[in-house]
Ligand binder design. Sequence first.
Ligand SMILES: [Zn+2]
Length: 306
Amino acid sequence: MARIVILLTILIPLLLLFACGKKEVGEDYYTEDEMPAQSSNEYSESEQSDTLNSEHKDRPASSPGSTIANYEYTWTGSDAIPDVVIIIDDFGYAAGSLLEDFASLPKEIVFAVLPDLPQTARSGQIASQNGHEVIIHVPMQALNSPTSPGARYIKTGMQAEEIRELLSDFHRQIPMAIAANNHMGSSATSNEELMNPVLDHLNSLGLFFIDSAVTANRLSYNLAKQKGFRSHRRDIFLDVPDNTDATIAQKIEGLGRYKGRREPIVVITHCHNRSKLEALQKFITQIQAMGVRIISLREAAQYAAL
Ligand SMILES: [Zn+2]
């Protein structure tokens, strides 16, 4: 009995410590290093990570903007916060008023469009008509995913020529694209044999690569830099683990981590549904009110040579 009591006195404080620590640093930042392996990897709409975090899910959603606007952010002043690039991934399915409403967001916001889908052409058109930059959201092989990245995607075993043909075809479908980022791709983006021809051919098409950072592996970003190509890497997934006000507020809080960095903060979110649009609108409204600048990829070019 005495032994059990001693054990409990040791265990309980330890457990409390763990629980508190988790609350403070846990979900705030979902950089690729902190994302749980399974959830981090891939983003098809159906498996979007709403199930990931019951802690946030249980919190009531409040009226638009209120929680976020009233949240007490620990950083003060926006002077040292880098500019923010916002990319919306997975266009190609969204249609009708949802697509139109995304297109009416500030024009600095970048549209990442998947090839081979019913709304691929329309998404590129409406985005560029509304002044948005468009990038190709290139489907790439994942490590362990129950869902396929797409009808056609970059995968192990492909020859350089096949890769070039596929990318050229994607580019023909989305001709206004100025860059590309990966859709899924936890396997492909870590594979130098694949990424060599991918990066070289994108470059020959006049496109630079943005690593969506679905894994902690930095190979594709580093390889692009080694080749002397412009490249960026995703810093924050806005809609992970969910779209609640609490999560969005914590993502804004997380901008403070980048204070003093020169390169822009690259934020990625998704176009799967209206709640993601609303969460993004709240994020935009709040960071602009705090004096943080949202910039386009063209404006971000000034940082690319760093
Ligand atoms: Zn995607």
